[in-house]
Write a protein that binds this ligand. Structure first.
Ligand code: NAG
Ligand code: NAG
Ligand code: NAG
Ligand code: NAG
Ligand code: CU
Length: 578
């Protein structure tokens, strides 16, 4: 059976056959003469779209709307600890269902909040939300929180392709299970035979909920014992894993066939851990970083900061047998505790516990050296906007008491009932101080931000995530930032949505104002943003495309009714809310 696309390709090939006597220009595999998007033509796509398209300026419009419904429920689970603990589910499972669409589709997802005692909001991590800032799913910024019993439908265009995830943006809630994968089909910068789909890795605390861990982290921050929060139990690979203390659970298993090339979509969905991954005796060819294609390079180990994704191609070219897929976790990127494992088996081999070891140890350090698939220079400038990250005392709660918080210059602390988008719709620019609003440059201009940590004070790596844009990573380093000596890349910087701010170091970012909205930038460690480590920037407010006002007001009215009913709202908000 042919799809219209195949037919179009056949016609193209047929017409080419008639002119085959004419010397043809040599064409790369990524151009569209053979556009089946098959195992040897992954770079091409429909019409004149391909891996070479800059999707910030052009993307397809398929005319298709892909719809999903997500029911959030609370229940209990046993993750190998001493008993049951509270867990949250999406359509009865956690991680929730994979949401899959095609580059250029419209995605429409209805979220039914059936959690008994938690409001929620679902963020689509990495989605640019081009001209749909009301769909970003950040309670207190893009919309009000969704009250228990209420529903909200998020609708937005799929302007990029690759691997992403959805997760709750309501305090530490995603750490208790409100998360899942996003897969958007599109071209790729290297060929492969089979798409294995997403491979989420994330840590769990087998005896504590994420909310409990966050509360302990806050308590320790308050008391100045910063390193004292509970240790992670182990890492789940694609939703399963084995508890090293109780031996409960099982390893994720994958079967591969010798001679085939597999695409694997790696995602670190942890609330705290940096994660290194590797498949024993196999190289990984990396083809995308977050939602951006990169020039393929091979590596044995990959470091994923929280929120980051890497799409890799693995060639099943070793002797048939069983191999460990290894996951090594750390609070800082250099820690070496063994975190989790999965078993990869060649078809035809008996599945049993592997006895393999890695070809080499992972090298410590920052993110891998890589180049974007298409060259995108950024006009050089000096970094005028500096954002200082540290732990300090500040008044954030309405009762006027001071507490210990994380700041990006200032702490962020939002109100679920008063989203920034509402202020903008009302033409009210008197944002509360704790909304930590910074004006972005006006449309078409570049923003340059240097985020740094005081070399004497803070010793954590922080995964920095920007909403509404992919940023260009102009530089990263340790020690104090010095414009004269810093190694900056203006010619071929990598573009992505999450990057590491090294401990006692700096991260230099640039992005162009080309998406009017109110957008959050924050550390993706759940308790760091919970304790205030974030800011929001308002970009071209006079050009913002507002969400439907009736729907927007309905979510807010329902949330306010819930929040004011103390018999229902039994867990008062005690952190930034994000
Ligand atoms: C959901 O959570 C509430 C407490 O927040 C609890 O009373 C209720 O039993 C939970 N529901 C299930 C199905 O576990
Ligand atoms: C969500 O519910 C948990 C209990 O399951 C509670 O500890 C937490 O404070 C609640 N969070 C919010 C934001 O309502
Ligand atoms: C990951 O888990 C999902 C859901 O159980 C499954 O459909 C998928 O095949 C798994 N992926 C791999 C690579 O095994
Ligand atoms: C703007 O918002 C502030 C803070 O919520 C509020 O006090 C003020 O009345 C608002 N101004 C207008 C003109 O609505
Ligand atoms: Cu952090």
């Amino acid at each position: 059976m042919f799809s219209p696309l195949d037919l179009f390709c056949l016609i193209t090939l047929a017409s080419l056959a008639f002119v085959s006597a004419v010397p043809s220009r040599s064409r790369g595999v990524f151009e569209r003469d053979d556009c089946s998007h098959g195992p040897t033509t992954r770079g091409c796509w429909e019409d004149d779209f391909s891996i070479s398209t800059d999707f910030d300026t052009r993307f397809p419009h398929t005319g298709n709307t892909v719809s999903y419904t997500l029911d959030l429920t609370n229940g209990t689970c046993n993750r190998g600890g001493s008993g049951e603990k509270v867990c949250f589910f999406v359509n009865g499972e956690s991680p929730g269902p994979i949401i899959r669409a095609t580059w250029g589709d419209i995605l429409s997802v209805t979220v039914n909040n059936k959690l008994q005692h938690n409001a929620t909001s679902i963020h689509w991590h990495g989605i640019r939300q081009y001209n749909t800032p009301g769909e970003d799913g950040v309670n207190g910024i893009s919309s009000c929180a969704i009250a228990p019993g209420d529903s909200k439908t998020y609708t937005f265009p799929v302007t990029q392709y690759g691997t992403g995830w959805y997760h709750s943006h309501t305090s530490a809630q995603y750490g208790d299970g409100v998360l899942g994968n996003l897969v958007f089909d599109g071209p790729a910068s290297a060929n492969y035979d089979i798409d294995l789909g997403p491979y989420m890795v994330h840590e769990i605390y087998q005896d504590l909920t994420a909310f409990q861990v966050a509360a302990i982290a806050q308590q320790n921050l308050q008391e100045g014992t910063r390193s004292g929060f509970p240790t992670r139990s182990y890492i789940l690979v694609n939703g399963t894993g084995m508890s090293p203390t109780s031996g409960r659970g099982n390893y994720n298993q994958v079967t591969i066939t010798k001679g085939k090339k597999y695409r694997l979509r790696l995602l670190n969905a942890a609330i705290d851990s940096y994660i290194h991954v590797s498949l024993d005796q196999h190289a990984m060819e990396v083809i995308a970083a977050d939602f951006v294609p990169i020039k393929p390079f091979t590596t044995e180990w990959l470091l994923l900061a929280v929120g980051q994704r890497y799409d890799v191609v693995i060639d099943a070219n070793q002797s048939p047998g069983n191999y460990w897929f290894r996951v090594v976790q750390g609070g800082g990127i250099n820690a070496k505790a063994d975190g989790g494992r999965a078993i990869w088996t060649y078809e035809g081999s008996n599945s049993r516990t592997p006895s393999t070891s890695p070809r080499r140890e992972f090298s410590e350090g920052l993110e891998p050296d890589m180049s974007p698939y298409w060259k995108q220079p950024v006009p050089s400038a000096s970094f005028q906007n500096t954002l200082d990250t540290k732990i300090t005392n500040a008044v954030v709660t309405p009762d006027g008491k001071s507490m210990v918080v994380w700041v990006l210059n200032k702490p962020i602390w939002i109100d679920y009932a008063q989203p920034t988008m509402g202020y903008i719709m009302d033409g009210n620019t008197s944002y509360p101080e704790t909304y930590n609003v910074i004006d972005a440059r006006s449309g078409g201009n570049w923003n340059y931000w240097l985020i740094w940590t005081d070399p004497d004070k803070v010793s954590f790596d922080h995964p920095i995530h920007l909403h509404g844009h992919d940023f260009f990573v102009i530089g990263q380093g340790t020690g104090a930032y010095d414009e004269a000596t810093a190694k900056l890349n203006w010619e071929t910087p990598v573009r992505r949505d999450t990057a590491n701010l090294p401990a006692r170091g700096w991260l230099a970012l640039a992005f162009m104002s080309n998406n009017p909205g109110a957008w959050l930038m924050h550390c993706h460690i759940a308790w760091h943003i919970g304790q205030g480590f974030g800011m929001q920037y308002v970009e071209s407010p006079d050009q913002i495309v507002f969400p439907d006002r009736t729907e927007f007001a309905k979510t807010c009215d329902n949330y306010k009714a819930y929040a004011n009913d103390k018999s229902k709202n039994v867990y008062p908000k005690h952190d930034s809310g994000l």
